[in-house]
Ligand binder design. Structure first.
Ligand code: FAE
Length: 522
């Protein structure tokens, strides 16, 4: 497989970023901020159209092996590579038997996973060239058409399901697990056990496609190739097997000859010049967080793909500091958690889940048709390397609550407003699904996994969505209202919920929007 190809293919350094005065200021036709799903799709299509494009990513390029010969560290032995400038890891499952056995002290570094704290809610995001694709579970789910139409009613669903979802799936390298192998392999025993429990409660499960190469995973199980998914790798990066964006869209974008990616470049702010061009203020940092300097870069077309949290902050700062006063009032609204709740159930001794668990989920409990509490629950691994007799789930629920952002001038940062009570609908829905599963199987919730005695963890999300909602803060194709040649191209366009894991939707929507923008605005 095309592993470890990133550095050369991504061809860094082709644009030299000079001093900050206008005469010397580098100018590129298009800038894309961030290098996650929306950005990667946008950069590729710009490059193919012959538009010289610079991608600015605040995280590092994950191309160099550490002293242990691996690019990423494993979940079981996290080190400085694990997290974005933290002194201690902040894993979603923070305790076992109420003991602080999971997290480790680490050296602050430009690591791959960030947990951004905002009062009662914290948000996990990927940092690096490839954004969330570096850390996520690879679950590549096309949402139900009916729900998609409800969430984004102004988007032509026929075109999405006929053209852009298939395109996104193809480009991302989505594949499905071989059913025969799934039924007999050791590494999905945990999923089969949970499926059995769901079925006993009369519930339906469904196979979930993934961008992890299932052929590679089978060879891992046979001991033929270095292990990744079967070696507790997920959330802090996968050394093999996963088709993250640095192995799909981004090399293709750079391969057009028109796209350059600069890592460790954090866009601080941007303004518009009287001639309508944009000037970005960009901080260059090193892997230890030292500031190397600030640079200005000019561009004609500016695409914001810094993720729901990053893009919303950039636009909010621009509006609230008076730099882009015509930005719509809806910027900073319509944010949601995709109804995320995590929970674990303690199983009987005969329900062994296995000490080797694939880090890439392949099954979900699909109860989205429930009229009161629709839930799509991913059967998640607990790859601790030992038998824990536990079934872990990440439930995606239909939570109507929405958060909003305000600008804090003292910190020059966006603050998310989301109160603990807003997680209640998610917890109720997860309970409505898993209480009957427990009853049917004589199992109970674990209360020792999330730092206190709660069974349902709704204080974090993996799926931040919204903040610059399509058709509100932007037009129906991501053009930011009030300003020409300024676009949003990431999860912030989606109003808080997709009903399934979101990256396929984010990618397909970005493909649709850039297709229209290239034909009308260039
Ligand atoms: P995203 O991928 O977050 O990329 C934004 C990029 O912009 C990042 O690389 C940032 O470092 C960068 N950035 C931010 N601010 C700046 C700035 N000021 N200057 C320069 N760069 C900046 O955005 N989704 C699924 O569909 N399936 C899964 O199995 C799944 N599992 C997940 C597991 C974990 C642990 C996590 C954290 C997420 C998971 N997700 C999953 C969510 C998915 O990764 C996420 O929805 C997408 O990555 C969001 O894509 P965006 O393009 O919006």
């Amino acid at each position: 497989m095309a592993a470890m190809q990133s550095a050369a293919v991504l061809g860094l350094g082709a644009v030299s970023l000079g001093r900050a005065d206008a005469a010397e200021r580098p100018f590129v036709p298009a800038v894309v901020v961030g290098s996650g799903y929306g950005s990667a799709a946008t950069a590729l299509r710009l490059g193919e159209a012959g538009v010289s494009t610079l991608v600015l990513e605040m995280g590092r390029l994950w191309d160099r092996a550490g002293e242990d010969g691996a690019i990423f560290c494993s979940m079981l032995q996290p080190d400085h590579r694990a997290m974005w400038f933290k002194a201690r890891t902040e894993a979603p499952l923070s305790s076992l038997l109420w003991m602080d056995l999971v997290n480790r002290d680490i050296k602050p570094f430009a690591g791959v996973l960030d947990r951004v704290h905002h009062g009662d809610m914290s948000v996990y995001v990927g940092r690096g060239v490839g954004g969330g694709s570096l850390v996520n579970g690879g679950m590549a789910v096309t949402p139900r058409r009916g729900y998609f139409e409800e969430v984004l009613p102004r988007v032509d669903a026929g075109e999405m399901y006929g053209r852009f979802f298939p395109l996104a799936n193809r480009m991302l390298g989505v594949n499905t697990v071989d059913r025969t192998w799934f039924e007999e392999c050791e590494s999905y025993r945990y999923a089969r056990v949970s499926r059995g429990h769901a079925q006993r409660a009369g519930l339906r499960t469904t196979f979930v496609p993934n961008v992890y190469d299932f052929g590679y995973m089978r060879r891992e199980e046979r001991g033929e190739v270095p292990k990744s998914a079967l070696s507790s790798e997920v959330i802090y990066g996968n050394n093999h097997g996963k088709r993250s964006l640095d192995r799909s869209y981004l090399p293709a974008a750079v391969g057009t000859g028109n796209v350059t990616i600069q890592s460790l470049h954090r866009v601080r702010s941007f303004r518009q010049e009287p001639d309508g061009t944009y000037v970005l203020t960009v901080e260059r940092i090193d892997e230890l967080g030292n500031m190397l300097g600030t640079t200005e870069i000019g561009c004609r077309w500016l695409f914001l793909g810094a993720g729901s949290m990053g893009t919303t902050e950039l636009l909010l700062r621009a509006r609230e500091t008076g730099v882009l006063p015509r930005l719509d009032d809806s910027v900073g609204h319509g944010w949601g958690t995709n109804g995320n709740v995590m929970l674990g159930r303690a199983l009987h001794s005969w329900d062994r889940t296995g000490s080797v668990q694939s880090g890439m989920p392949a099954l979900g409990i699909d109860n989205w048709d429930d009229p009161v509490h629709p839930v799509f629950a991913e059967i998640a691994p607990l790859p601790a390397g030992l038998e824990l007799l536990t079934s872990l789930s990440l439930a995606i629920t239909r939570n109507p609550e929405r958060g909003s952002f305000s600008y804090d001038p003292a910190a020059d940062a966006a603050r998310l407003h989301w109160s603990a009570s807003q997680g209640k609908p998610s917890v109720e829905a997860a309970k409505a699904l898993f209480d009957p599963i427990n009853r049917a199987n004589g199992t109970v919730y674990r209360h020792d996994l999330f730092g206190d005695s709660r069974a349902f963890e709704d204080r974090f999300t993996y799926h931040p969505l919204g903040g610059c909602v399509l058709g509100e803060a932007t037009d129906d194709f991501g053009r930011v209202r009030g300003y020409r040649n300024l676009y949003v191209t990431d999860g912030s366009l989606i109003p808080g919920s997709t009903g399934v894991n979101p990256f396929v939707t984010i990618t397909a929507l970005a493909e649709r929007n850039i297709d229209r923008v290239l034909s009308e605005d260039f």
